[in-house]
Design a protein around this ligand. Structure first.
Ligand code: FMN
Length: 244
């Protein structure tokens, strides 16, 4: 397993990304309870490719983690990193954020973005892989910015993140251990570039023994930027299978 993760990561590193060092920072989507679709529709013009993007996108510094309240009983929680990303250049909406928005739109769920206290956004992809590796080897619990959500009104929580070194990013464990997820139905999802779900479901079940973990789904990161209709169709099929 370690060898295959190392292989994938080596591949990612060797394939290399363009040297477009982002001046990027994270964004918080303007979450609108009346029009959840506004949280997911990123105009094509706002999707820079590696070839086109030389300057970082015009983004807003995140100020706080936000949450909407649609009263659906369903919440989507996600972590996603904007900035320089593998295979897609500098992006102003992370791959996992794209999937999270689709899930929220199709289920009528509220949405909550986990933001790190210390931004990962200014780093290049290669720098970030080193930081993430160190966090993992130290079993770190990076701090989450802002208030954590009140989960009492939610029965089902979709939880998504990018695969980082074959695992949840360590900040997700901060989340798992900082809120009460016992008794909830948890639905994990990942975005990745080859590792699939990477055991997110089993790792989540271990981290939150009192929760019921439902069938998860993995999405290719690059598709979230360059083939959204494919991702949308996979999200729909998956949600239909879950009864949505
Ligand atoms: C630090 C780091 C580690 C990664 N490790 C893996 C990995 O082990 N397996 C894999 O398939 N992709 C890996 N990737 C690729 C990301 O999972 C993929 O690009 C993902 O879609 C990024 O999602 P985001 O834009 O929401 O952050 C890694 C990316 C980063 C930045």
């Amino acid at each position: 397993m370690k060898r295959s993760i190392a292989f994938i990561l080596s591949g990612l590193l060797l394939l290399g990304l363009c040297a477009c060092v982002g001046t990027s920072s994270g964004t918080i989507e303007p979450l609108n309870t009346d029009a959840p679709e506004q949280t997911i529709n990123t105009p094509d013009a706002a999707e820079p490719s590696a070839a086109e993007q030389t300057d970082g996108p015009d983004v807003t510094e995140p100020s706080a983690t936000e949450q909407t309240e649609n009263g659906s009983g369903v919440l989507v929680v996600y972590f996603s990193r904007t900035g320089e990303q593998y295979g897609v250049g500098v992006i102003d909406k992370g791959n996992t954020a794209v999937v999270a928005g689709m899930i929220a739109e199709k289920t009528g769920a509220d949405i909550f973005e986990i933001l790190p206290e210390t931004d990962y956004y200014p780093y290049t992809y290669n720098e970030l892989t080193d930081i993430a590796k160190k966090e993992q080897s130290e079993n770190a619990r990076p701090a989450i910015r802002g208030e954590l959500p009140d989960l009492s009104q939610y029965d089902t929580i979709f939880i998504g993140a990018p695969v980082w070194w074959g695992d949840w990013p360590m900040i997700m464990y901060t989340f798992f251990e900082s809120v009460d997820l016992s008794g909830k139905k948890l639905v994990p999802f990942s975005t990745h570039e080859g590792s699939g779900l990477s055991g997110f479901d089993k790792k989540l079940a271990s981290a939150v023994p009192g929760a019921e973990v439902l069938t998860g789904m993995a999405f290719r990161g690059g598709d979230c930027q360059n083939n959204k209709s494919k991702v949308e169709s996979s999200v729909s099929d998956w949600l239909n299978g879950l009864g949505y």
